[in-house]
Design a protein around this ligand. Structure first.
Ligand code: S3P
Length: 451
């Protein structure tokens, strides 16, 4: 069966309210915390995607029971030390670096050796960034020479607390260390460059022994040994990273308006909102509320007639790290040159995304200068694409696929975008929602398996 989509024309104007799927970062964290809680945890709106299902498969390997009901999941946690470590256990994090890195923190006290594997893309990514701090707790790791997967971990019962300075702005590294610290004898001290803080908020909500001192550019975090975690019922808010594709599509479409319901607007994730506002886009939050320590709101956005270029402050990088590919499309339509810098981390994602951002723009005929960590984009408010563009061989990076779809629907041209199945990792409903926005149109309906 074909695994690509063809897009032949721009989307026509739309005015809609939509819901996008549950937040991936929170979904994975909920699965992990519920698995070591004491008792039964229930969740609604868990993201049903390959990355989250991989998390469920992994906790099942450690003897944790999980049930799927019609519109919720149940996890039967067996307590903080409830994992069973059978000999020769192999766990597969699939495409998810969040899962692969966080789970290592959680199994830092494994009583047998555990092998961690992942898919082709994950197997190219750097794991030394987590095994290096985690080994200071006392666990032993074996990695391949280039620090990638597969790796093995042999945990330790008596773990020493550590002092750790997280300099990249990586929530994955920070969270892996926080999870390990919950098992160490004493207080772990972390100084972390600002990054998404769902792990910390979940721990605070569960009244676990974590203290956070916010500073301008970093947080000081102290974590003590955790004795017990109570079961945690949760209703996962929608994912701002998935919403981002629709925000940009609306901003770039004519005479359109969109409301996205109940999105997590945790300020460590809203870089895209700040950036789009700076570029002149009209966005507002409505019905704001707090749920389990996370901020939630409906996001309302209108199409933007005149987009301003941006010299994007590096302080926004971690807050928009997963959205830059699609933000680059907005810069392509801007009335001048936009500049994004300090972005070397982007090339360390599911695919080298800075390179892919540049590649997509170049294919569209948008002039750009790219270095190892920056990109200058020469915007054109009259930009139209009227050629054939093929997107292929991008390590099946879901965000490259979805960005390309938004580009095709915003700028025109004839696009053949390979591997529609890539969306299964983070946002299986993506094309379904695109079809909802195209409801008034008679033509093409996109299907993830064929077209
Ligand atoms: C994530 C953190 C980010 C982000 C990823 C999800 C998380 O990675 O890119 O998609 O849930 O902690 P880094 O923390 O490595 O930047």
């Amino acid at each position: 069966m074909a695994n690509h989509i063809i897009i032949k024309k721009k989307i026509i104007s739309f005015k809609k309210k939509i819901c996008v799927s549950g937040d991936k970062s929170i979904s994975i964290r909920w699965v992990l915390f519920a698995s070591i809680a004491s008792g039964i945890s229930k969740v609604k709106n868990l993201l049903i995607s390959e990355d989250v299902m991989a998390a469920i498969d992994i906790i099942r390997k450690f003897g944790i029971r999980v049930l799927k009901r019609k519109d919720f999941f149940i996890i039967f946690g067996k307590g903080i030390d409830g994992y069973i470590y059978k000999k020769n256990t192999v766990i597969n994090a699939g495409n998810s670096a969040t899962l692969g890195r966080l789970i290592l923190g959680l199994i830092i006290n494994s009583t047998n050796t555990v092998k961690l594997i992942g898919d082709k893309s994950l197997s190219k990514r750097d794991f030394k960034r987590v095994t290096s701090p985690l080994s200071k707790f006392g666990a032993k790791f074996k990695l391949r020479k280039n620090f990638s997967l597969p790796l093995t971990i042999q945990g330790l019962k008596n773990l020493k607390p550590i002092k750790y300075f997280e300099k990249r702005g990586s929530a994955q590294c920070k969270s892996a260390v926080i999870l390990a610290a919950m098992r160490a004898n004493g207080t772990t001290y972390i100084k972390a460059k600002k990054s998404r803080d769902h792990t910390e908020r979940m721990m605070k909500n569960l009244k676990l022994p974590i203290r956070i001192y916010k500073r301008r550019n970093h947080d000081l975090i102290q974590v003590k040994k955790v004795k017990k975690i109570r079961a945690i019922n949760y209703n996962i808010p929608s994912d701002i990273s998935s919403s981002a594709f629709f925000l940009v599509l609306t901003a770039l479409s004519n005479n359109s308006e969109l409301t996205i319901k109940s999105v997590n607007i945790n300020s460590s994730r809203t870089g895209i909102i700040t950036i789009l506002k700076k570029m002149g886009v009209n966005i507002i939050f409505q019905n704001k509320k707090i749920y389990r320590g996370e901020e939630i709101a409906d996001i309302k956005i209108k199409s933007c007639k005149l987009i301003k270029p941006i010299n994007c402050p590096v302080s926004l990088n971690a807050r928009a790290i997963d959205e830059f590919l699609v933000i680059f499309l907005v810069a392509a339509r801007a009335n001048g040159v936009s500049y994004f810098k300090g972005l070397s981390e982007l090339n360390k994602k599911e695919s080298p995304r800075l390179k892919w951002g540049s590649k997509i723009l170049s294919k569209m005929g948008v002039k750009n200068f790219t270095t190892k960590n920056s990109i200058k984009i020469f915007g054109n408010p009259a930009l139209k694409v009227d050629k054939k563009i093929i997107i292929n061989n991008y390590l099946n990076d879901h965000r490259v696929f979805m960005t390309s779809v938004v580009a095709a629907l915003s700028f025109g041209g004839l696009w053949k975008i390979h591997n529609s199945k890539s969306i299964k990792t983070s946002f299986p409903d993506f094309l379904k929602i695109i079809n909802q926005l195209k409801k008034n149109e008679k033509e093409t309906k996109y299907n993830q398996n064929s077209n």
